[in-house]
Design a protein around this ligand. Structure first.
Ligand code: ADP
Length: 399
């Protein structure tokens, strides 16, 4: 079945078409600057076409979806002859609150429930809903599925998700740890079990999803039992520009020192912190930081040391939460590409009997065991594929 996968942001929309029979990627692209001047990028992967970008006005998301559907059915560069060849659409939805513990077929009541969760993700859920509405308007008879970033983490026990603030805040406002990147954590932990040839239900796995946004999760016998992001994606690891966990009293301290509002401080914690802030604004891109680290640039050294240490600390605490660990997986932009970060994080893990094979650690782009055969815990690189995971979930509900 051909599945159209949509990841809709407030001013951008990414898409892929995946044939779930062969798991082949047929087409992919991106609409950017929706509501502004607009740009549309499309690539026919089925016939190996070149990536093409055109500047074109995209006044709203419906127009963006129209461009996508026109490109997919175009006589020259399209991959299908009619929209009937799209069996279903899978939408990435950021926040499913406590309502959604798994993916669901979208109907009016699901849309209403996603809207109710928007309070928890005010930047993301409304944009996701706009994408769903635009698709429904143009493909009214095609089944649609919502796949939630939070759903995989809904198996966390109370002691892992509850914050130690007055309990009524949980009762009244649902303030708790939700976690994000769930589609990736689920995909990677399953893929690790498949790659190791062991039953998913028998493994204790720690997944390190290290991209601009970064999170770690602990997966015990196929269920997530803890994760580092919290009620919002600001919590947990040091990230590209996000602070991760800090002492909350710092907010009051800065606000008094610099006469700042809560909104101003939130901007700093989200956009001006992380390795970008730690490196004094040198870069949030790990390629730049690693190059600067090699020439002993002190800003880069500080940022990368603190980042790798924060990952190693989470691995330690999740090893305790899991009462042991069988496999540690690295994924996403940094996790898949940075042999430097992987080696540095693992340098803290000798107490687990972990040893890294340098040759294996220099490989890229494929499932790889980077630990030595003697290593007591397997360390893996597993490239994530959130779109494929969304396509699989969508197919499972619509076949
Ligand atoms: P997101 O999806 O959260 O935007 P990605 O998973 O695409 O992020 O990861 C982006 C990060 O991956 C960037 O910080 C980038 O520097 C890093 N990255 C990409 N390629 C490399 C590489 N070859 N070496 C080190 N870091 C890399």
């Amino acid at each position: 079945m051909n599945i159209l996968v949509i990841n809709c942001g407030s001013s951008s929309l990414k898409f892929q078409v995946i044939d779930t029979d062969t798991e082949q990627l047929l087409a992919k692209g991106l609409c950017e600057r929706i509501g502004l001047d607009g740009s549309f990028t499309y690539q026919n992967k089925k016939d190996g076409g070149d990536k093409k970008t055109v500047q074109t006005p995209i006044p709203d998301h419906r127009e963006a979806i129209r461009l996508v559907l026109d490109a997919l059915t175009d006589a020259q560069s399209g991959i299908i002859s009619s929209l009937d060849e799209i069996g279903a659409v899978g939408h990435r939805v950021v926040h499913g609150g406590e309502k959604f513990t798994q993916s669901v077929v979208i109907d009016d009541s699901v849309i209403e429930a996603i809207r109710e969760c928007a309070e928890l993700a005010p930047l993301h859920n409304p944009a996701n809903l706009t994408g769903i509405a635009a698709c429904r308007a143009l493909m009214p008879h095609t089944p649609m599925v919502a796949v939630f970033d939070t759903a995989f983490h809904q198996t966390m026990p109370e002691e892992a998700y509850i914050y130690a603030i007055p309990y009524r805040y949980y009762n009244e406002y649902k303030i708790r740890r939700y976690g994000f990147h769930g589609t990736s954590h689920s995909f990677v932990s399953k893929e690790a079990a498949r790659f190791l040839g062991q039953p998913y239900e028998s493994l204790k796995t720690i997944v390190c999803h290290l991209g601009n946004g970064a999170s770690v999760s602990a997966v015990k016998y196929g269920k997530c039992i803890d994760t580092s992001m919290g009620m919002t994606p600001l919590d947990g690891l040091i990230m590209g520009t996000r602070s991760g966990s800090i002492d909350p009293a710092i907010m009051e301290f800065i606000s008094h020192k610099e006469y700042m509002t809560v909104e101003g401080i939130m901007r700093i914690l989200n956009k001006e912190s992380g390795v970008w802030g730690l490196s004094n604004g040198l870069s949030s891109d790990f390629r730049d930081l690693e190059t600067a680290y090699e020439s002993e640039n002190e800003n880069a050294v500080r940022a990368l040391n603190a980042f790798c240490y924060s990952v190693a600390k989470f691995i330690g605490s999740y090893t305790a939460a899991l009462n042991g660990v069988d496999a540690i997986c690295f994924t996403a932009g940094i996790g898949e590409n940075s042999s430097f970060v992987r080696a540095k994080v693992c340098s803290y893990l000798g107490y687990l009997g972990i040893a890294i094979d340098e040759t294996q650690n220099s490989k890229r782009g494929e499932d790889t065991v980077i630990s030595t055969p003697e290593s007591r815990v397997k360390v893996l690189v597993i490239p994530t594929n959130e779109e494929l995971a969304i396509a699989r979930e969508t197919y499972a509900l619509c076949r």
